[in-house]
Design a protein around this ligand. Structure first.
Ligand code: ATP
Ligand code: MG
Length: 332
């Protein structure tokens, strides 16, 4: 079987609708036919300042949401990145193969560091995509399901795999990005030209998996809409309404054309009420299941320990080959 690998940062108390529709639902489908590796990148979460107690809690909460959303810890390999030291070890080697200029071109660093002020941005944030390349290449996956926002990072991991292979001999599978073409990018409800993001400066534009459905309904009712009154998909002229239509379509499987026809002559408020109901129908059961899982942290930790053992069995041979090829003296 071919292998895929993906992860979502434990950078907030809850995943949001973009993470769910843009990633989790695809993972659940892919684990049926692929050997799937899903992890929680906690090493990445400390590239920006973190609260230690919160990080540990968020790591568990993220794991619970993966499982509640349908990731099967028996079938897939589900683990926490820091439980597998090979990630940091391979990242160092890849750091030494990456050009400074090459790393400087990564747009996520530019976006995230400009939010923090580039003097206070950490070197870890700068090398984030190289750690991500290590995450990927350790497991020799064929495909990396990610959103469009991650395409550039997967390209970097391909470049580094090819560079290593040509300099030191065939070692890595060169992975392909699996960009879900049919999956909408979800935008912030208050700022519908920016993507919905865990690290958004305000929660008002987010629909979170773990929020009370009443909170989500309120945020959807308060979503920024556009001038005029027509319910029509037009990203340039009507980014707010287009975002709501795209979310509605992804949640229900109805096409945007079908929704436009159904809401012809009706008001923005009607669309918002129905969308809030669709969100509650889909996310309600996920939230309930996640809360069940979180009520037994020992069991969740046990599942993660099993996942870490499976992951190390996959990662260790890759790192051993890398160490040998770069010329590190083996332990006698
Ligand atoms: P952060 O703000 O901490 O970067 P994030 O919300 O961007 O968080 P990530 O952990 O970076 O989430 O991404 C996890 C997965 O979710 C990736 O596959 C990414 O492509 C997808 N994703 C993130 N935001 C969206 C979105 N708004 N729409 C669709 N997919 C998204
Ligand atoms: Mg992100």
């Amino acid at each position: 079987r071919q292998r895929i690998l993906s992860g979502m940062q434990p950078s907030a108390g809850s995943l949001h609708l973009g993470n769910y529709l843009g990633a989790l639902v695809h993972w659940v489908r892919l684990q049926e036919t692929y050997d799937a590796v899903f992890f929680i990148p906690d090493l990445h979460a400390i590239t920006v300042p973190q609260d230690p107690a919160e990080l540990a809690q968020r790591t568990r909460t993220t794991a619970a949401q993966y499982i509640a959303g349908g990731v099967d810890p028996e079938r897939a390999t589900l683990f926490v990145q820091s439980h597998v030291p090979e990630h940091a070890q391979l990242a160092w080697v890849l750091n030494c193969l990456t050009g400074f200029g090459e790393a400087s071109r990564m747009t996520q660093f530019k976006d995230k560091s400009s939010k923090q002020g580039s003097d206070s941005a950490s070197v870890g944030l700068f090398t984030y995509p190289i750690l991500q390349a290590a995450d990927i290449l350790l497991y020799q996956p064929d495909g990396v399901p990610v959103g469009e926002d991650q395409r550039q990072h997967v390209e970097l991991s391909r470049d580094l795999a090819q560079r290593f292979n040509s300099r030191f001999g065939e070692t890595f599978v060169v992975p392909k990005p699996f960009i879900q073409k049919d999956s909408a990018k979800i935008y912030d409800l208050q700022n519908p030209t920016a993507k919905m993001s865990k690290s958004a400066s305000s929660a008002a534009g987010l629909v979170n998996l773990l929020d009370d459905p009443k909170v989500s309904a309120k945020r959807i009712r308060s979503a920024v809409t556009d001038d005029g009154s027509e319910i029509r998909f037009d990203r340039a002229a009507k980014p707010g309404i287009s975002n709501l239509l795209a979310i509605f379509s992804s949640l229900t499987g109805r096409t945007v054309e079908d929704l436009e026809a159904a809401y012809e002559g009706r008001m923005y408020g009607h669309l918002k009420v129905d969308l809030a109901a669709a969100v509650a129908d889909t996310l309600g059961p996920v939230r309930v299941r996640a809360e069940e899982l979180l009520s037994d942290p020992a069991e969740l930790d046990r599942l993660l320990a099993l996942g870490a053992a499976k992951a190390r069995d996959l990662a260790a041979p890759t790192l051993a080959a890398v160490y040998e090829r770069v010329g590190f003296l083996p332990v006698a």
